[in-house]
Design a protein around this ligand. Structure first.
Ligand SMILES: [Zn+2]
Length: 230
């Protein structure tokens, strides 16, 4: 974890890294999961396993496109039991349902440019955790993110960003600044730093409750998602 994200990590929840073992034991959420299908992931660890398996299928071009049948549609029309929240970027190449090979009723998906946070995003996470009992929140960034590239350009060249986009760039700029003089590709370093920062901010929010928060980076070239240490 870099110092930047350490600074914003507060509260009792840790922003989890690679190790599934690091997922808190107390992630089983009673109540909203009652009546859910038997094979539903009920803990953050089980949810992560499901996502990893789905992404493996996607990356290997063996996607099963589960949970799209007429019968399944009828079942989820009356009750949903999603097992993870994915906060991702709007990028057209990174739709969470596809890259994790999940179907209807499986994921709650929140997408903003560069997966930046605002009150509506945090409220959506809170709803997912409190009302639906979702045990896992994934912050999904990706390679060659346009929003991160814009923030890096802004930090490098200065100048005024016009309109609403200024808010997006401002939210990513701290990650761009923090990764400026690191070895390697500036944009890619900023992507990783920004994932860690957003993850720490979500994990530090008191409304996230007992849900585990993990960071993840999607590789556009290989189709693989790596869950990452912040
Ligand atoms: Zn992006």
């Amino acid at each position: 974890m870099n110092t930047d994200s350490q600074g914003s990590a507060r509260g009792r929840r840790a922003f989890l890294g690679l190790g599934v073992a690091a997922v808190p034991v107390a992630t089983q959420v009673p109540g909203p999961r009652a009546g859910a299908p038997g094979d539903l992931p009920r803990t953050a660890e089980q949810a992560l396993r499901r996502l990893r398996a789905g992404n493996r299928r996607y990356a290997e071009v063996h996607a099963e496109h589960p949970h799209e049948s007429r019968q399944w549609r009828r079942a989820v029309a009356v009750a949903q039991h999603p097992f993870a929240v994915v906060l991702g970027c709007i990028d057209s190449r990174v739709p969470p349902e596809l890259v994790f090979d999940q179907g209807l009723g499986d994921l709650l998906v929140i997408r903003t440019a560069g997966h930046v946070l605002d009150e509506a995003v945090l409220g959506s996470v809170q709803y997912s955790v409190e009302e639906l009992g979702v045990p896992l929140v994934v912050v999904l960034g990706h390679e060659r993110c346009g929003a991160v590239t814009a923030a890096v350009a802004h930090v490098r060249d200065g100048g005024r960003v016009h309109g609403h986009l200024a808010r997006v760039v401002d939210a990513i700029a701290p990650a761009a600044r923090a990764s400026r003089f690191r070895p390697g590709d500036w944009v890619d370093n900023a992507v990783r730093t920004h994932i860690a920062r957003v993850g720490a901010q979500v994990a530090g929010d008191p409304t996230v409750g007992r849900a585990a928060v993990v960071g993840a980076r999607f590789d556009l070239d290989t189709g693989r998602v790596r869950f990452r240490r912040p």
